[in-house]
Design a protein around this ligand. Structure first.
Ligand code: NAG
Ligand code: NAG
Ligand code: NAG
Ligand code: NAG
Ligand code: ZN
Length: 498
């Protein structure tokens, strides 16, 4: 399946041989092929090759699926994937462990401070604009354009993407949507979403997607409502496992199961809360002194002009169950500081605690958003398909490492990101070749491409000898210069506006 680009070289060479008279070019090309094949692979990631051989990848997120849910009730479909694929036990997601920041990190490989979706509720003081899941503001492209999601990079490289309800996937970003997408509608059933995904992957060769993203709201909703420790969560988890089984079955029915790489993960876990663990900010600081931007458990506080220090000093030692940070003092490990959308003061409650202004208003029994090193905040991760090893258990990875891994599997160059392919390459059935020094960090490469290239190179040199002896001519030499230049172009990186 990974021959992708090489055949187009072969076709071009054949044309050259048939036209004859291109002997020196053949020799040079044959010798260079091992070197250039990697680059061509990345440059023309798509349509010119046999579409059947193109790698396929489906990324599925069950919102709020905590890593340990698979072991608390029978989840045969998850376990079947693990037996035939890989599982990562501990996935460190990004701070803050909320839905929008983490879903955007999964498809960009960037920390929230860099991709710009720093919370589910944001305020940008420079633009005087607000972002809220409750409003249409999430459709304002501008919020999303500090990064480029993978579905667009695939399209730039000549491939196709399809998105079913993934956060941000129905927003026009840098002027583009996924080739296929569904406008967000929580009422569309999982089965209908799967139906569309299957349709897109099994479309005629010219239109089939290479990369799909699929999102489902559960078990997050139930986790908030019931609390993760409730036994009522058991049937919810069993239902999710059934949904995974449904997807697997549909992939099999469509003849896609053996060729599509399937990654099942989530944005975050869930922590149990209690009505006995409430912090009331009104007890410590007047509402007149600040705007409450993002909600519990990591509260973004925007003090009124000139009152930063006053608000901070009223809060800093107010309650032992919360930690109050000035933006500039946020711990380095959060990678959550360098963005104007992060508020001047951040309050983080301890695991299990809820921050409110007073006790009126909605209270939830489960929540997430806490420190991303807490086990309760971490998501599940399993994957299966031709790109992955079988029955392989890995201790840990970072959620940002998924992006370079996906780029590698899909053979598209990764944009600058905070992940590392090296951290996760042991998940792959074939170890990637070492990246050449001139390639950008994290760029996907294939170990067999140079081998194939060398082989074809030898064949072509032999072909050259046969043809050249018959047909010695130098009249094509000028075009040689042109071709070599074309072959040494850098990797595709143009106008991605990062
Ligand atoms: C910010 O926008 C709001 C309306 O959304 C407006 O009332 C307010 O005056 C603006 N503030 C500044 C500083 O421009
Ligand atoms: C959302 O999906 C439901 C179920 O398919 C459908 O009945 C409804 O019309 C959709 N809403 C919108 C706004 O498209
Ligand atoms: C709590 O806050 C709400 C507004 O969010 C307000 O209407 C209510 O009076 C407050 N209750 C108390 C006891 O202060
Ligand atoms: C994350 O990656 C971006 C893009 O390369 C870079 O600008 C940023 O500094 C990185 N962040 C960290 C913490 O390394
Ligand atoms: Zn979520």
């Amino acid at each position: 399946m990974h021959f992708r680009v090489v055949p187009s070289h072969a076709r071009a060479m054949l044309g050259c041989l048939l036209r004859r008279g291109c002997g020196p070019l053949v020799l040079l090309w044959g010798l260079m092929l091992p070197l250039v094949s990697l680059r061509r692979l990345n440059q023309h990631g798509g349509r010119s090759q046999g579409p059947r051989d193109r790698p396929k990848l489906l990324l599925l997120s069950f919102d709020g699926f905590r890593w340990d849910y698979i072991d608390r009730v029978p989840t045969p479909n998850f376990h079947n994937l693990i037996d035939n694929g890989v599982m990562v036990e501990q996935v460190e997601n990004v701070y803050i462990t909320k839905t929008f920041p983490n879903h955007y990190s999964l498809v960009t490989g960037l920390y929230a401070e860099t991709h710009g979706i720093v919370a589910n509720e944001m305020y940008d003081p420079a633009a005087n604009r607000s972002f809220s899941m409750e409003t249409d503001s999430i459709y304002e492209s501008w919020w999303w354009e500090e990064a480029v999601p993978l579905w667009l990079t695939i399209q730039k490289a000549g491939g196709r993407s399809g998105a079913a309800m993934w956060p941000g996937s129905d927003v026009k970003i840098h002027g583009e949507f996924p080739d296929r997408y569904l406008p967000y509608n929580a009422s569309v059933s999982f089965e209908d979403r799967v139906g569309r995904i299957i349709e897109w992957f099994s479309a005629p060769e010219e239109e089939a997607v290479d990369f799909g993203v699929l999102y489902w709201e559960e078990p997050d909703e139930s986790g908030h409502l019931l609390g993760p420790e409730s036994s009522l969560m058991d049937p919810v988890i069993i239902d999710i496992d059934g949904k995974l089984g449904y997807l697997i079955n549909e992939l099999k029915k469509a003849g896609l199961y053996e060729s599509v790489n399937l990654i099942v993960t989530s944005d975050h876990g869930m922590a149990q809360l209690s009505p006995d663990k409430i912090i009331e900010l009104d007890q410590y600081v007047s509402r007149d002194l600040y705007t409450w931007v993002d909600k519990s458990p990591v509260v973004g506080i925007l003090p009124v002009e000139g009152r930063n220090d006053e608000v901070y000093s009223k809060l800093v030692d107010a309650n032992p169950n919360m930690v109050v940070y000035k933006k500039e003092d946020l711990p380095e490990r959060f990678h959550y500081q360098h963005n104007i959308r992060i508020m001047p003061i951040l309050i983080e409650s301890k695991e299990g605690w809820t921050i409110m202004q007073n006790r009126t208003g909605p209270f939830m029994l489960g929540n997430h958003g806490f420190d991303n090193t807490l086990r309760s905040m971490q998501p599940v991760f399993v994957a299966r398909g031709p790109a992955f090893r079988q029955n392989y258990l890995k201790d840990s990875m970072r959620a940002v490492d998924l992006y370079p891994l996906m780029c590698h599997i899909l053979s598209v160059p990764a944009l600058p990101n905070n992940g590392s392919l090296r951290n996760v390459q042991d998940l792959l059935s074939q170890e990637p070749a070492r990246t050449t020094p001139s390639a950008p960090p994290g760029a996907g490469v294939h170990s067999y491409a140079p081998v194939v290239g060398s082989f074809l190179g030898v064949v072509m040199v032999l072909g050259f000898l046969v043809v050249y002896i018959k047909q010695v001519t130098l009249k094509q030499l000028p075009s040689l210069k042109h071709r070599s230049r074309e072959m040494s172009q850098p990797l595709l990186q143009e106008d991605l506006h990062l």
